[in-house]
Design a protein around this ligand. Structure first.
Ligand code: AMP
Ligand code: MG
Ligand code: MG
Length: 309
């Protein structure tokens, strides 16, 4: 709490430790076996893991940074939490790193943090555990500037060595993954998309793009990790279902690595606290800006027209 240094580095460092703690809560709920599933809306589930992980993250960040705005998927959280859920320190290795010059002077009032405590809830309930991520996105003056993606079940579900964390910051780059692998020319179009929320418009978009392969996985976080690891070369979702907490952290990390995430027409999303939560005009992302530009030309006109407003 009394940590010193630029706010941006303290915020990223504390987001990493909070995401790791939330990941342990998510593993614990799974191993205890009672997921406490609630249907928030059609095709939109919440479990005890979503609720508890959000309380852990929001309580930990709001106590350390009382004047930032935090918006979590699961609504306003009770920030009285068990003491062992409360993280009061940032990752010490990140705190040693130099803050990019352009981010040295930000204040808490400039910051909006978007929290998806468990991205890929459908997959969590169905046992596709490698798709599950914890997402903490940091926007500064409406731009996605920093982000954390934690995979609680990476490496297995036992407590020994489970989980990994990837973070990124504009002007710094990313940590937690090797650089994006160079793909052979011509780059194959391998599209990653939703496995549990597709619809006829999203499918007609994919068909028109004539991809070499379509990967259907859960979560915006996991799909962006596939771009960063070179498993997929495009993330395409021509549907309004994703929200700002789904894309803020993945977009910030992807941008820091040289990629791009926008709506399906190629227009950037805005992450100020007053924006509408749904990403109404879909998601289009690629590991480089050039590939992203090429993708926007492949999106059929009827899809762009349907999703443009
Ligand atoms: P997916 O690619 O289907 O895993 O979706 C990525 C994120 O967007 C997840 O957090 C989903 O819950 C959310 N999402 C996408 N489509 C919908 C939808 N139709 N209803 C509710 N949530 C959705
Ligand atoms: Mg989500
Ligand atoms: Mg979620």
């Amino acid at each position: 709490m009394s940590q010193s240094g630029p706010l941006m580095m303290r915020l990223i460092a504390s987001s990493v430790t909070a995401a790791n703690r939330a990941g342990k809560i998510i593993r614990d709920v799974m191993s205890q076996g009672d997921l406490g599933i609630v249907e928030k809306a059609k095709d939109d589930l919440q479990t005890e893991a979503d609720r508890s992980a959000q309380r852990c993250i929001v309580a930990s960040l709001s106590r350390q940074f009382p004047n930032i705005t935090i918006i979590g998927e699961e609504g306003v959280s009770d920030i009285e939490v068990p003491s062992d859920w409360l993280i009061t320190h940032g990752d010490p290795e990140i705190l040693k790193k130099k803050c990019p010059d352009t981010l040295e002077d930000i204040t808490e009032e400039d910051v909006v943090v978007w929290v998806d405590p468990l991205d890929g809830t459908s997959e969590y309930t169905q046992g596709f555990l490698e798709h599950v991520t914890v997402l903490i996105g940091i926007s500064i003056r409406e731009q996605p500037i920093g982000g954390v993606i934690h995979q609680p079940f990476w490496g297995g579900s036992s407590e020994d060595g489970a989980g990994r964390t990837i973070w990124g910051l504009q002007g710094f780059g990313i940590e937690g993954l090797p650089p994006i692998p160079r793909t052979k020319e011509p780059i194959p179009l391998i599209v990653t998309t939703s496995r549990s929320h597709s619809n006829s418009l999203a499918e007609s978009c994919l068909e028109a793009m004539k991809p070499e392969k379509v990967l259907r996985v859960g979560g915006a976080g996991y799909k962006v990790l596939q771009l960063l690891e070179g498993t997929a070369t495009a993330y395409v979702f021509a549907s309004p279902g994703c929200k700002k907490w789904d894309t803020c952290a993945p977009e910030a990390i992807l941008r820091a690595a040289g990629g791009s995430l926008t709506d399906i027409l190629g227009r950037p999303y805005n992450y100020g606290s007053n924006v509408s939560r749904p990403n109404r005009s879909g998601v289009l992302a690629a590991p480089t800006v050039q590939m992203h530009q090429a993708l926007t030309d492949l999106i059929p006109e009827h899809v762009k027209t349907t999703l443009k407003d």
